[in-house]
Ligand binder design. Structure first.
Ligand code: SF4
Ligand code: SF4
Length: 242
């Protein structure tokens, strides 16, 4: 089928429209309006003691980064951390759930046998390519062991692509992550909903988070044990010969 041709006739531009004078003037008025509104407030930052309080009260929209940092929500999705058990080992059991759920295909895990038999598996390799990561938090949601959380660290810049691939040493949680000047915890499971939420720590998900299932488990435990199969009768002793 032949392509349909549509003829469009643009209206003739006036002289002022041709030299963009009005558009430039409109843009300058808008820009200078923002400048004269924000500049005096920004200068208030430099006034000792009361300056910052005044700025906070006036609700100034700009901040002096990096001296000042924005206080993001506790659900902010920043750099990932791998959580540890009390004995210092990683909680991760290399189940590949996060790798499977990741829409950016940026998690790479290789599983190995854990020296402690109780844990069975652990990640020998656990890498996240932070240049591919879209910070969606799906890996956190998918983890059955609450082993991967996110922090509020948004200062992720790299000089090489290779340095953007974080392995186990970089991902393992460090005291500096939760220090007073550290980024603090960000997105993690059940935040703000879990009755098991404690000060900065969470219990692994399980029956306790689902009261209905918990009741059902208790009911099952109260049920009488299943009937035992009848024991075979002991063989009759052979009668002595007459
Ligand atoms: S935050 Fe999203 S994109 Fe990033 S590693 Fe997790 S699942 Fe993948
Ligand atoms: S989902 Fe959790 S336990 Fe499974 S591999 Fe990922 S971090 Fe480890």
């Amino acid at each position: 089928m032949a392509a349909r041709v549509v003829n469009v006739s643009a209206p003739e531009q006036t002289f002022l429209e041709k030299i963009y004078l009005i558009e430039v003037a409109k843009g300058m008025i808008r820009t200078l309006g923002h400048f004269f509104r924000n500049a005096p407030r920004t200068l208030l930052h430099e006034v000792p003691v009361i300056g910052k309080k005044l700025v906070a009260k006036l609700g100034i929209p700009t901040i002096h980064y990096p001296e000042q940092k924005r206080d993001y929500s506790d659900r902010f999705r920043g750099r990932h951390i791998l959580k540890k058990r009390d004995d210092g080992t990683l909680k991760c059991v290399a189940c590949y759930m996060c790798q499977t759920a990741c829409p950016a295909d940026c998690i790479h895990i290789e599983a190995g046998e854990h020296p402690n038999l109780a844990y069975e598996k652990h990640p020998v390799v656990f890498e996240i390519d932070l240049l591919r990561c879209v910070m969606c938090g799906f890996c956190v949601d998918a983890c059955p062991k609450d082993a991967i959380w996110m922090t509020r660290d948004y200062e992720l810049s790299f000089f090489t692509r290779q340095s953007a691939i974080y392995g186990i040493p970089e991902l393992t949680e460090k005291p500096s992550d939760t220090a007073s000047d550290g980024p603090g915890y960000g997105y993690r499971p059940y935040y703000g909903q879990s009755p098991m939420k404690k000060a900065g720590e969470f219990q692994p998900s399980g029956l306790a988070l689902l009261p209905v299932l918990d009741l059902r488990a208790k009911a099952i435990n109260r049920m009488p044990p299943p009937p035992q199969a009848p024991k075979p009768a002991p063989a009759q002793a052979a009668k002595p010969a007459a």
